[in-house]
Design a protein around this ligand. Structure first.
Ligand SMILES: C[S@@+](CC[C@H](N)C(=O)[O-])C[C@H]1O[C@@H](n2cnc3c(N)ncnc32)[C@H](O)[C@@H]1O
Length: 254
């Protein structure tokens, strides 16, 4: 089931205020890749800001945004209709009941940004999604994604809490408080309390993310018929070290 901060329409409306374009250097990193590819599938696209900005920058090819959260896609769809917005996920579909396979023909580039890959909690989910990604890639295609490096123990930033305050819709103050709940092996659970000025009470979302290390990741990629063609520890393309914040992976079909 999708976390509440993606499925609840009021929280989906807040997403781009907290995660606005260029809030992180990942945005330009991925935009360069998208602009250089003819057809792009963004898995777990959320509000689809990467694809929307690529269109604004003059991308003329096929841009598809896939996400199971209807409320997130609505934010993107409202902004641009010249992107294929598909509700669903790579494994279950059914992608708004289309008759043909929406991924037929393959993509030059598949991305998963904003740590979307970390929503796959079980080995089976990781395997099934990677296999579907391989099928949806052209033979020369690339899958590029990042996952937080467990070696950096980034969840400590949510303990006891991390508060962010931004300007929300209509200039109202929006506040989000992340609180670490538990760390169990690779699985990290935290809550996010959202409050927008004028709301009677906060809306709370609970999330669990998986922190896979690079070695385990590579085993899963290999099983899916993908090999790592480049790897970085941060958006400036510095090499991955034991404590780099990110594991940024470029993978190609074997
Ligand atoms: C943190 S958001 C990232 C959104 C966007 N990629 C970005 O960079 O802003 C994670 C997204 O993954 C989506 N998601 C959850 N489960 C998923 C699944 N099984 N397959 C694909 N996406 C999923 C959520 O709905 C959410 O929009």
């Amino acid at each position: 089931m999708v976390d509440r901060h993606f499925s609840h329409p009021d929280l989906a409306e807040l997403y781009d205020h907290f995660s606005h374009w260029r809030v992180c250097p990942q945005d330009d990193f991925y935009l360069d890749l998208v602009m250089g590819a003819g057809s792009v599938l963004d898995v777990g696209c959320g509000t689809g800001k990467l694809q929307r900005v690529a269109r604004e920058h003059g991308h003329t090819g096929r841009l598809v945004g896939l996400d199971p959260a209807r409320a997130m896609l609505e934010v993107g769809r409202r902004d641009r209709s010249d992107i294929e917005w598909i509700q669903g996920d790579l494994v279950r579909g059914p992608y708004d009941e289309r008759e043909s396979d929406p991924f037929e023909g393959g993509f030059d580039l598949i991305v998963m940004s904003g740590h979307a890959f970390q929503v796959f909690l079980t080995d089976q989910e990781v395997r099934d999604n990677l296999a579907a990604i391989r099928r949806a890639l052209t033979d020369q295609g690339r899958f590029v994604f990042e996952t937080r490096n467990p070696g950096a123990r980034g969840w400590r930033a949510w303990d006891p809490e991390r508060v962010r305050v931004v300007q929300g819709p209509d200039g109202r103050e929006a506040r989000c408080t992340h609180r670490l709940q538990e760390v169990e092996g690779e699985l990290v659970t935290f809550t996010s309390d959202y409050h927008l000025q004028g709301w009677a009470e906060p809306l709370v979302s609970r999330s669990t993310l998986r922190f896979l290390d690079a070695e385990r990741l590579d085993v899963f990629l290999g099983e899916a018929g993908l090999r790592v063609s480049a790897r970085y520890g941060y958006w400036d393309r510095t090499p991955l070290t034991a404590t780099s914040p990110e594991i940024i992976t470029f993978a190609r079909p074997i």
